[in-house]
Design a protein around this ligand. Structure first.
Ligand code: ZN
Length: 81
């Protein structure tokens, strides 16, 4: 799988993307993986941390949805009783 490296926000997007899905910057069709692998380790590490934070955000969002569902179910059960 080829990837493109966003020069604006430093994140990685799939190669077919014309715009960065994270910051909306126009992606330069370029060296891709080679550029990504030449990024200093510290930067890669912070990118990974960012990615993890993003995953946690997504999880929390999903949890919110589940919470709403549970509340609705409890509501329904309560109104039945
Ligand atoms: Zn970007």
């Amino acid at each position: 799988m080829r990837i493109t490296f966003c020069a604006a926000c430093g994140r990685i997007a799939l190669h077919g993307f014309v715009y960065c899905p994270y910051c909306g910057a126009h992606l330069q069709p370029g060296p891709g993986l080679e550029a990504a692998s030449s990024v200093p380790f510290g930067k890669l590490e912070s990118m990974q941390a960012e990615f993890r934070a993003q995953q946690i955000d997504e999880m929390l969002e999903r949890l919110d949805g589940i919470e709403a569902d549970v509340e609705e179910i409890l509501h329904r059960t309560a109104s039945h009783g």
